[in-house]
Design a protein around this ligand. Structure first.
Ligand code: HEC
Ligand code: HEC
Ligand code: HEC
Ligand code: HEC
Ligand code: HEC
Length: 166
């Protein structure tokens, strides 16, 4: 059932249910995507909610299921906040399942991807992760920049540049 996106909306309330309805709008071709998750829902190879919200292989799947069953339990007990706070930030591995190429492409216009693992090695949690520049459901990104919000991304660019002494 987790592969069925409407299943997610059966528990979640606003704003999460709008994530599902926005996705349906894109799939039906009624409107262009306004955020990165909607963008993923369209196109030739639609990406389901669970694919961004789970890790690599069996282990990643098991972790998502464990988190899911904890959430199910909270739902059954009726003790949970809505909208659901994101206590488990989406790790880079979830994105890299499908976007390995960004770590290897050698061009200046990709240096902020290629040096990312090195930055994370040096600065740990203070370094940027994919979703710091690429928000999933925020609608303030620029469609021309793959839904990147320039101001938020610039903060991350500057943080790495400061570290290297610029
Ligand atoms: C059985 C009801 C239920 C279903 C179905 C459900 N959720 Fe949730 N989800 C919850 C509850 C309740 C919480 C909040 C848990 C808490 O904070 O204690 C939650 C939290 C979350 C969070 C935040 C998790 C964290 O700790 O960071 C995400 C992301 C999420 N759900 C995504 C999804 C997705 C994607 C689906 C569909 C594959 C889904 N949920 C289906 C009940 C549900
Ligand atoms: C299940 C595979 C999958 C997962 C997981 C996934 N993506 Fe994607 N992503 C795609 C596909 C397919 C496209 C559309 C490719 C295309 O048309 O160029 C895409 C497109 C994108 C684009 C726009 C590319 C462009 O050329 O404009 C960005 C940015 C992006 N993804 C970032 C992310 C981030 C960040 C995550 C993790 C939160 C993520 N993706 C998770 C498959 C995935
Ligand atoms: C410092 C900010 C930043 C971080 C962190 C970041 N990106 Fe990007 N990403 C960008 C920028 C800027 C672009 C180019 C946007 C454009 O020109 O359309 C981009 C573009 C992309 C694209 C589109 C295709 C391409 O190769 O340009 C994908 C896919 C993508 N990023 C995935 C990821 C993934 C996966 C991660 C984590 C491993 C990540 N990004 C981390 C800034 C970032
Ligand atoms: C492209 C990858 C991607 C897809 C597809 C995706 N999400 Fe998310 N999701 C994210 C990211 C990244 C966040 C962290 C908050 C943000 O950046 O907006 C997030 C956060 C969330 C949260 C936590 C609450 C919040 O707003 O922060 C919930 C619940 C959630 N997503 C549900 C869904 C549902 C339901 C779907 C399917 C309709 C979905 N997601 C599809 C990437 C994705
Ligand atoms: C992981 C670290 C890192 C990130 C993130 C990063 N950069 Fe850089 N950037 C570098 C390094 C290293 C250089 C080379 C500096 C040198 O040779 O002096 C550089 C150089 C540059 C230069 C060349 C001009 C100069 O000042 O030397 C530009 C322009 C630039 N980066 C733009 C960006 C933008 C835009 C982003 C965000 C989308 C970004 N960078 C993110 C590490 C990073």
């Amino acid at each position: 059932m987790e592969n069925n996106d409407t299943f997610c909306a059966s528990c979640h309330t606003e704003p999460e249910t709008t994530y599902v309805s926005r996705e349906e709008i894109v799939r039906s071709g009624a409107a262009a995507p306004q955020d990165l998750a909607m963008y993923h829902a369209g196109g030739e190879h639609p990406v389901a909610c669970i694919q961004c919200h789970s890790g690599e292989g069996l282990v990643g799947r098991a972790e998502a299921l464990a988190l899911g069953s904890k959430d199910l339990w909270a739902y059954v007990r009726g003790s949970y906040p809505q909208p659901a706070p994101l206590n488990h930030p989406i790790p880079d591995a979830n994105c890299l399942k499908c976007h390995q190429e960004v770590l290897v492409k050698k061009s200046f216009n990709n240096h902020y991807h290629r040096f990312l693992p090195r930055w994370q090695q040096i600065a740990g949690d203070n370094a940027a992760h994919c979703v710091d520049c690429h928000a999933g459901h925020k609608e303030d990104g620029s469609p021309q920049l793959a839904f990147l919000n320039k101001e938020r991304a610039r903060i991350q660019c500057n943080a790495c540049h400061r570290l290297i002494g610029e």
